[in-house]
Design a protein around this ligand. Structure first.
Ligand code: SF4
Ligand code: SF4
Length: 224
């Protein structure tokens, strides 16, 4: 930590600000790794980033002299797996020390994270960053927790919408014209510019699955 280290709350606001721009005009045109990973998570797919997987340990660090460590975030003596001079890379990666390293990501997760509503997306992020205490005093909370809670909770309606579109074999980019629940500015903006009424995503979903018109969009996404 330094006095210029980004604060978690600021990072969260940064992510939300960029996401709001992206989801209105850049889906399918500009690819942001975190947003793509998040959509995959909302579709029930495993994270493409080790940070957001329940366990990790599949990407070791290889030094110039042949020494292998558990991860490039953990190039310390305690995390040295061995050397390629004596053991194959496959045996080191599949060995018990490295398997324990990867499983520790899940095993050491504090109760605060286990009960978190966005745990399915965050999984406590990288163990290297877990140096805070939870509100009830348990060690192991990620420094960026506030950022991830803010971001993952904020993107939930849009991610549900894009995931629903993807499951219908439609482009997630349609979210830009159909709108995000609770944030209809996209549809209003497009309608104002074109003079054409743009259907809200809720109307589209209601039409597709024939449910009462009074059902709110938030509830619709819960049902999907
Ligand atoms: S958002 Fe915070 S509490 Fe939730 S899983 Fe991530 S680090 Fe844990
Ligand atoms: S320790 Fe962190 S960076 Fe390394 S593999 Fe695990 S999650 Fe990824």
């Amino acid at each position: 930590m330094t006095d210029w280290t980004v604060r978690a709350a600021d990072y969260g606001e940064f992510l939300v600000t960029i996401f709001e721009e992206w989801v209105r005009q850049d889906v399918g045109k500009v690819f942001v790794q975190l947003f793509d990973v998040a959509l995959g998570l909302w579709l029930g797919q495993p994270s493409g980033l080790c940070l957001f997987r329940e366990t990790c340990g599949d990407a070791v660090a290889l030094e110039h002299n042949g020494e292998v460590f558990s991860c490039d975030h953990f190039v310390y003596p305690d995390y040295k797996l061995g050397t390629l001079l004596h053991t194959s890379l496959g045996d080191l990666v599949r060995g018990p020390q490295q398997r324990a390293f990867g499983e520790a990501k899940a095993i050491t997760l504090p109760a605060y994270c286990r009960n978190c509503d966005v745990r399915f997306a965050c999984h406590g992020e990288c163990p290297k960053n877990r140096f805070l205490h939870t509100p009830d005093g348990e060690p192991g909370l990620n420094y960026l927790c506030a950022a991830y809670q803010r971001f993952f909770r904020h993107v939930d309606p849009a991610m549900r919408g894009m995931a629903w579109l993807a499951r219908q074999r439609r482009a997630p980019a349609e979210i830009m014209t159909l709108g995000v629940p609770g944030r209809s500015r996209t549809a209003e903006t497009v309608a104002g510019a074109s003079g054409v009424k743009v259907p809200d995503l809720a109307d589209t979903v209601r039409a597709c699955i024939r449910i009462p018109p009074e059902t709110t969009l938030s509830l619709l996404y819960q049902l999907l």
